[in-house]
Design a protein around this ligand. Structure first.
Ligand code: T4K
Length: 367
């Protein structure tokens, strides 16, 4: 049977049917109905964040989060190229200019010590990514933002449920986006959210995702449509009941990989920051071909021949993508480039059997 890089964790069909019965009765299918509101409150409690606005997907949440700051077109946003293309696309699609900062070679998040040298009089924000569920240097980033009057919007697509020193990650920065896509630790099929502290963003984000409508006969903003419907919200309610159990199962998978690959010459497993409660969203390995004797692509191919679909997240780095060529200045980021050439995300999900993990590792280690 094929093994993919991930497999969604979903509640039972019976549980879901029970949860959607009231929707069939009320006929309120979307537009922030009671199921949406129930999920919103449950997520606020679970993520331990002050405010939350839920969206139809993480990408539009990012775009509308950026839009809520009302930056002038052409302003610069310092960001990481070591991410899914959504992060960079969101900046560009909002008529802002990404300025690429290199990453930390060990945990792959933005290298906070290199941010300040990229600040110009056009810089308005920093958009770092808690990549793979590894936390950015939130303290240093906030200090820099405070010193220069910049907003911070975290792409926390991979950071669902994580805490830093016991505080939900959505409390850091001005906003933090979560993705609830099928491939994420927690899913609403498609979905996402923005967590924030400043209550004024609640109305602004509501406007942006609901056509700018303010009551029945006023349109105060030029919004779009990015509302999460009641059926997906119901899926979220069901899946949230099992989240701790699923993260605990992911932990066992990660520990098995750590045991089998942690001491292998030429393979580097990810170093998580201290003081975080991880969610085991992804299991990336960095393969040094000169030491290991096989390249990342050799390993990818040999797994593929055995119907095991690892993924080269994130290759290419977004500042190497052809779609941006000639559109703006592209900063060189040698570490992000190197990591993107040598990284491989191994299958990681709650229901992955530990015997399968062993099989995957044996294939990787086969000479
Ligand atoms: N920022 C970051 C850092 C992100 O990683 C993402 C999304 C975003 C922003 C944007 O958030 P969203 O707008 O998506 O909420 C996938 C996901 O589509 C994407 O959500 C995710 N990041 C990215 C890292 O991975 P693909 O193109 O690799 O997906 P796909 O369809 O190849 O799926 C991967 C594997 O998962 C498949 O081989 C099989 C399995 N799978 C997938 C789906 C969709 C299932 O078993 N069931 C499914 O329903 O992008």
């Amino acid at each position: 049977m094929s093994i993919f890089v991930t497999q969604p964790s979903i509640a039972s069909l019976e549980e879901y049917v029970e949860e959607i019965k009231p929707i069939f009765e009320s006929k309120q299918l979307t537009n922030m109905g009671p199921v949406y509101k129930k999920l919103q409150q449950q997520l606020i409690d679970y993520l331990q964040v002050p405010e939350l606005s839920i969206f139809v997907n993480g990408h539009l949440a990012l775009e509308m989060g950026l839009q809520a700051f009302d930056f002038p077109g052409g302003s610069e946003v310092i960001t990481t190229p070591y991410t899914f293309v959504s992060t960079t696309h969101a900046i560009v699609r909002k008529n802002l200019v990404p300025v690429f900062c290199d990453i930390d070679p060990m945990n792959y998040t933005i290298d906070a010590s290199k941010i300040e040298e990229l600040i110009t009089d056009k810089t308005v924000a920093i958009m770092p990514v808690h990549v793979y569920g590894n936390l950015c240097d939130v303290d240093v980033i906030q200090e820099i933002a405070n010193r220069h009057g910049l907003k911070v919007l975290y792409d926390g697509a991979h950071a669902f449920g994580m805490k830093y020193k016991g505080i939900g990650v959505g409390n850091f920065g001005d906003m933090c986006m979560y993705s609830f896509h099928a491939t994420k630790v927690f899913n609403t099929v498609e979905g996402g959210a923005i967590a924030f502290k400043d209550k004024r963003y609640q109305l602004r984000l509501h406007e942006l995702k609901n056509f700018g409508i303010h009551g029945e006969d006023r349109v105060t903003g030029i919004g779009g449509n990015a509302k999460l419907d009641e059926f997906r919200a119901a899926m979220g309610i069901c899946n949230l009941r099992h989240i701790d159990e699923n993260i605990a199962k992911r932990k066992l998978v990660a520990e098995k990989y750590n045991k089998l690959l942690g001491e292998v010459d030429g393979i580097r497993i990810m170093k998580l920051r201290e003081d975080i409660s991880p969610n085991y969203a992804y299991y990336p390995i960095y393969i040094d071909p000169r030491v290991f004797g096989k390249s990342r692509d050799d390993v990818y191919d040999s797994l593929m021949r055995n119907d095991i679909h690892a993924r080269r997240y994130f290759f290419p780095a977004t500042n190497d993508l052809e779609c941006y060529t000639g559109k703006f200045e592209i900063q060189k980021t040698p570490i992000a480039h190197d990591v993107s050439m040598n990284i491989l995300c191994l299958p990681m999900y709650a229901d992955l059997g530990l015997d399968e993990v062993e099989r995957i590792c044996n294939l990787i280690l086969q000479k």
